[in-house]
Design a protein around this ligand. Structure first.
Ligand SMILES: [Zn+2]
Ligand SMILES: [Zn+2]
Length: 213
């Protein structure tokens, strides 16, 4: 499996194009905006898009989903259905963040802990990691020890929990008791900012290493 990170929107959200280098079929994880730039990257890599994957329902992660799903005839998989209220509130989110109105959509498949999503001949495992939003999921590719974790965990920080449905302790539990079990050597793409590894964050991230306060 291969991947390319394409930051989108004024929030520099890390949309990630992942693809199977055997079949050259790929998926966009969290197409938050800038659909023409995303499609240009897809063309550059010679990838055939087959689906859209979503980590959670925040606008900067899903803003171009409706437009791309209808213009490219793509199914939408994820997030967990506990984020339905965020997706239903897309118009209000756009207003709140001063984004242009984005096309509404409904996921074709809600995801749960233990589910698998396919990208060409590759498979990604699904982890349900609530706290930043109640329906947040993480996508994990076991063979390459790689994950897209959205706004659960960042290099040196964790996701905000002050939005509706957020909960700080729930997020800490999801990181420590679910995400970290994947192993220290797993590298991850966060929703914003540079990549890191789970081991580096477990050791040095003040929010989850137990070293704070
Ligand atoms: Zn978010
Ligand atoms: Zn975000």
């Amino acid at each position: 499996m291969r991947y390319r990170i394409i930051p989108v929107t004024p929030f520099q959200q890390n949309c990630t194009l992942v693809w199977c280098d055997d079949s050259m079929e790929g998926a966009l994880i969290d197409p938050g905006g800038d659909s023409q730039r995303l499609l240009a990257a897809v063309r550059e890599e010679g990838v055939t898009l087959t689906k859209i994957l979503l980590t959670h329902g925040h606008l900067d992660h899903v803003g171009a989903t409706g437009e791309l799903a209808s213009s490219q005839s793509l199914p939408i998989e994820g997030p967990h259905q506990a984020d339905r209220f965020w997706i239903d509130a897309l118009p209000q989110q756009a207003q709140m963040f001063g984004f242009p109105p984005s096309q509404p959509f409904q996921p074709d498949r809600w995801l749960e802990q233990g589910d698998t999503v396919s990208v060409g001949k590759e498979n990604l495992q699904v982890l349900h990691c609530p706290g930043h939003t109640p329906g947040h999921v993480v996508f994990y590719h076991q063979p390459s020890r790689w994950a897209q974790v959205g706004d659960v965990l960042f290099k040196g920080s964790i996701g905000r929990t002050d939005f509706p449905g957020g909960d700080h302790q729930t997020l800490l539990d999801a990181i420590r008791n679910n995400l970290f079990l994947l192993g220290d050597d797993v590298s991850f793409v966060p929703g914003h900012g540079p990549m890191s590894t789970l081991g580096e964050e477990r050791r040095s991230n003040p929010f989850v290493s137990g070293r704070m306060g």
